[in-house]
Design a binder for this molecule. Structure first.
Ligand code: XMP
Ligand code: MG
Length: 174
């Protein structure tokens, strides 16, 4: 599979975003909320590139599929473990695609009354957006191609591939 972004390119962008976040939240504490499972590796790298005090938590939502695309319904499978009221929160996602997942999660997290709420995504596929939502931090914008690696999967495989690669086919629902 062709490499879209090498591990060196990814590391450079993650470092840059970590530095930007560290400057913007200077003197504050932040809570990173990763969206399982795809964002786990990005969150692990991002958390280590952030120099301000940070903790992390995870949520899980219903998996990507044809049904979800047509219905636009997203279901929460795992909620956060610790309260985020009054905290500075950044949701960390692997890909911002149609925007359905992050719109849903943003609304849900806002109900917990965080002091602030931002979105960091490794990849952004702006062409596929169905709802208006933008990331505050994104490593790369990509065209409408299915990708794997760096946490991202095809049918649960390839998450451990350490660069981001183009998957040769378009899976159902994409
Ligand atoms: P939405 O469409 O709600 O969904 O923004 C974002 C989620 O869709 C998955 N997704 C992908 N996963 N390669 C993947 O491995 C891709 O190219 C891709 N595009 C979307 C991903 O789980 C993301 O969280
Ligand atoms: Mg995901």
């Amino acid at each position: 599979m062709d490499v879209l972004f090498s591990k060196e390119q990814i590391a450079e962008r993650v470092q840059a975003i970590g530095k930007q976040i560290s400057e913007e939240y200077d003197g504050q504490s932040i809570v990173l909320i990763g969206v399982l499972k795809g964002a786990a590796i990005f969150l692990a790298d991002l958390a280590r590139s952030i120099t301000v005090d940070n903790t992390f938590d995870f949520v899980a939502v219903s998996s990507y599929g044809r049904a979800r695309v047509s219905s636009g319904a997203v279901k929460l499978i795992k909620d956060i473990d610790n309260p985020i009221e009054g905290k500075h929160v950044i949701i960390v996602e692997d890909i911002l695609d149609t925007g359905l997942t992050l719109s849903y999660l943003r609304q849900l997290m806002l109900q917990h009354k965080p002091a602030s709420l931002k979105i960091a995504t490794c990849l952004d596929k702006p062409e596929r957006r169905l709802v208006p939502i933008e990331a505050d931090y994104a490593c790369f914008k990509i065209p409408n191609r299915f990708v794997i690696g760096y946490g991202m999967d095809y049918a649960e495989r390839y998450r451990g591939v350490d660069d981001i690669r183009l998957y040769p086919d378009t899976p159902p629902g994409h």
